[in-house]
Design a protein. Sequence first.
Length: 125
Amino acid sequence: MSNFKVNEKCNGCLACVQNCPATALKYFDNEKKREILHNISLCARCGHCWRICPQDAIEFKDLITGEFELVTSLNLVHCRVCGEPVFTASLGEKVSNDLKAVVEALCPEHKGSESVSTWKKLSKK
Ligand code: SF4
Ligand code: SF4
């Protein structure tokens, strides 16, 4: 979903298309319509189109002030001693497969220093 939006005040003058320094805007005239297209992967978010539009028709404030959006959510594996998150389940599975050995769920602090049972005892004190 693009955050670049043009409202109903646009009259198709093409000032934005002709002045975009990144060629992120283009237009297409078909039999009945003039269509204006925006390519987010080319857009430099410079705001030039927004500043020069004579109709104040470009609403791309979300492009500048947008918030973080969740793109993925992955299961975590926690340290068996202290419970700190150490890696994702899918990463652990991949590394275990690559190494042909199970990667221990231990954080850097607890890895290899003492046996897990010792740390469990200590953590209960
Ligand atoms: S400069 Fe503004 S009015 Fe002109 S085509 Fe672009 S968005 Fe529409
Ligand atoms: S913000 Fe800049 S790069 Fe993006 S479409 Fe507008 S003029 Fe082009």
